[in-house]
Design a protein around this ligand. Structure first.
Ligand code: BES
Ligand code: ZN
Length: 613
């Protein structure tokens, strides 16, 4: 599928459109040059017994090519019942359609042919229980154990497994929906959720702002709502609602700070949906309603940068969108940068810098394990599933690139650039090449002699990190280093480690930097003093288990079993499975996995299956 360059906005930016290569979204079959959908109307039944969505989607079409009579949609594992279409002022007609055989990455191309250009087309269909973009949970797999739960995760290319759609971030739709559910559960969507406040099994939603299809989202379960401020609130199962509200009650001030720095929040309300622990991500920036893992409800707000991150996508990602998944860093790198700026405003510079330093260290470690091409910001997917190229490169290398520019130009000029960029490309998609052209005109050439275009090209197109990349360090961590050294060399005991005022960040830094072959005696001493095996902070527990697996400290295993069986967030489990396999614990890991696998999301299953193959 070809994507048209943004002639209009680039012309406004005073640029030459010739430099814009049109991008190819290799992950979509859509024929955007012929026709685009401008609005979707969903009418779906949520069938928990058969684990399927059943109903129709109506596309409102805008034709680009007067000769075309064909609409090509993306689908995966959908059963298509019939297709009807309507031309101006006419009745509904049956359309002929062809569902091609399934490609492992892209799914099945659905080609609909009309006798004359349709204004509206309705596809009657149902999803299958194995839909890659949906997870269906039994009551036992939820927090309250009493009601079933289902939710979608459409990014990157999973919207097509529950909606036949032009599944590319290069286009945008508004949507409306009627969703019918059993009466004892509530449905919410990435839309206006006011109708969801009355629990009656019949819900209507509208999303008047145009969004790329990967941001269409739904969640259904035993959900209650509690407001946190005039603009923010939480949908969650009752048993975790109060704790979530207490954890995330800084959300409004995050929005207020971001508004000041980057321009007014464009989406009206900002609510959170707490998902079951099997959610494979930390969060997902579904507009108006971010989806959130419960593993960040730590009791001390130590992991709320996740909320800053998903909120930041309201500017980078949801407003200004990557045109293809090879440009993911435009979403995630900008968002990681904005996230950290919000954290600095709300929680202060020390914490923001600690988070930068932890992420940069993780990136540097990960760079050593990745193939060089996958360490470029502008990825080359070469037909791969975007999920398979997922790493911290688009996130943290992207963030370091923007930090580098901030350092070079100063905050005044750089903030101005970012704000103008968000404004310029609002409700549009762009490629990396288009971004490079834009930054060249609006930053590099505007303030000559600060950063060269070669340097920009190095950051964006070359593997690894430039030699002059920022290397964030924190005074707090320097103190942790000194205390750690004293303890390692036997000068002090664990009791004397100055942990009383350590935040989770200092703990993570301490644990991540202990020698991987730390003696069992030292491990026992730490565990005895700080009860790390029973840590209730999921990130701190993870860091401790990683260390313990590498040096053979046995007492963690019952707790590790529980961690792996109760959490499905890939970041907190996949590295542990990998470490277990390479440290002689493959059989133990496989047994745990056998038991835990049915509770994991299919994305996590896919990733971990591959480890055991
Ligand atoms: N949009 C991403 C999740 C995602 C990325 C899903 C690519 C599918 C494909 C979300 O905003 C995210 O980045 N989540 C992170 C948050 C973290 C960096 C604070 C996560 O899940 O860990
Ligand atoms: Zn993100």
């Amino acid at each position: 599928m070809k994507i048209k360059p943004l002639f209009l906005s680039l012309a406004m930016a005073g640029m030459c459109s010739q430099a814009m290569a049109s991008a190819i979204d290799q992950n979509s079959y859509a024929n955007l040059d012929d026709v685009i959908t401008t609005h979707l109307n969903l009418d779906l039944d949520i069938d928990f017994a058969d684990k399927q969505l059943e109903g129709f989607v109506e596309h409102t079409l805008q034709w680009k090519n007067a000769k075309s009579r064909k609409l090509v949609l993306d689908t995966r594992d959908l059963d298509i019942d019939k297709v009807m279409y309507q031309t101006a002022n006419s009745h509904w007609h049956k359309a002929s359609f062809n569902l091609a055989s399934r490609d492992d990455v892209k799914g099945a191309k659905l080609t609909i042919t009309f006798k004359s250009q349709a204004e509206k087309v309705r596809i009657y269909y149902n999803s299958r229980p194995e839909a890659s973009g949906l997870q269906w949970l039994t009551p036992k797999q939820t927090a309250s154990k009493t009601h079933p739960f289902m939710y979608s995760q459409s990014q990157a290319i999973h919207a097509r497994s529950w909606i036949p759609v032009q599944d590319t971030p290069a286009m945008r739709v508004t949507y409306s929906a009627r969703i019918q559910t059993p009466k004892d559960v509530r449905a919410v969507m990435s839309a206006d959720n006011s109708d969801a406040l009355l629990k009656d099994g019949d819900y209507t939603f509208t999303m008047p702002q145009a969004i790329p299809p990967y941001l269409i989202a739904i969640g259904v379960g035993n959900l209650e709502f509690k407001a946190m401020s005039h603009q923010t609130g939480i949908f969650a199962e009752p048993s975790i609602l109060e704790a979530s509200v207490a954890e995330f009650n800084d959300t409004q001030s995050m929005i207020d700070k971001a508004n000041t720095m980057y321009g007014e929040y464009a989406w009206g309300r900002y609510d959170l949906l707490m998902l079951p622990p099997s959610f494979p991500f930390g969060g997902m920036e579904n507009p108006r309603l971010s989806f959130i893992t419960p593993t960040v409800v730590a009791g001390d707000k130590s992991l709320v940068n996740l909320i800053a991150h998903e909120l930041a996508h309201s500017w980078s990602g949801n407003l200004v969108t990557n045109a293809t998944w090879e440009d993911l860093w435009l979403n995630e790198g900008f968002t990681s940068y904005v996230e950290n700026r919000i954290m600095e405003e709300v929680f202060g510079r020390d914490r923001a810098v600690m988070e930068q330093a932890l992420d940069a260290a993780n990136l540097r470690a990960q760079l050593k394990t990745l193939d060089a091409p996958d360490t470029r910001l502008n990825l080359k997917l070469n037909g791969r599933d975007p999920d398979d190229a997922f790493s911290s490169v688009p996130y943290t290398k992207g963030q370091l690139f923007l930090l580098y520019l901030e350092n070079k130009y100063g905050r005044d000029k750089f903030d101005d650039f970012v704000k103008t960029y968000f404004n310029e490309f609002a409700f549009k998609s762009l490629t990396t090449a288009q971004f490079v052209t834009y930054i060249k005109a609006n930053l590099i050439e505007k303030y000559p002699g600060v950063v060269s275009i070669d340097k920009i090209n190095e950051w964006v197109f070359e593997p690894g990190l430039p030699s002059d990349a920022p290397n964030p360090t924190s005074d707090a961590f320097d103190k942790v280093d000194a205390a750690k050294q004293a303890w390692l060399s036997g000068g002090t005991t664990a009791t004397q480690l100055p942990t009383a005022n350590w935040t989770v960040h200092e703990w993570l830094y301490f644990l991540n930097n202990l020698p991987r072959d730390l003696s069992i005696k030292k491990m026992t001493e730490l565990d005895g003093e700080f009860n790390l095996t029973q840590s209730t902070n999921a990130e701190r527990a993870f860091a401790w288990y990683m260390l313990a697996v590498s040096n053979g400290y046995q007492p963690i295993y019952p707790a590790l079993d529980k961690h792996l069986s109760s959490i499905g967030r890939r970041k907190l489990i996949v590295p542990l499975y990998k470490a277990l396999i390479t440290n002689g614990k493959k059989d133990w890991a496989q047994n745990v996995y056998l038991k835990a696998r049915p509770g994991y999301h299919s994305l996590a299953q896919g990733t971990i299956d591959a480890l055991f193959e």
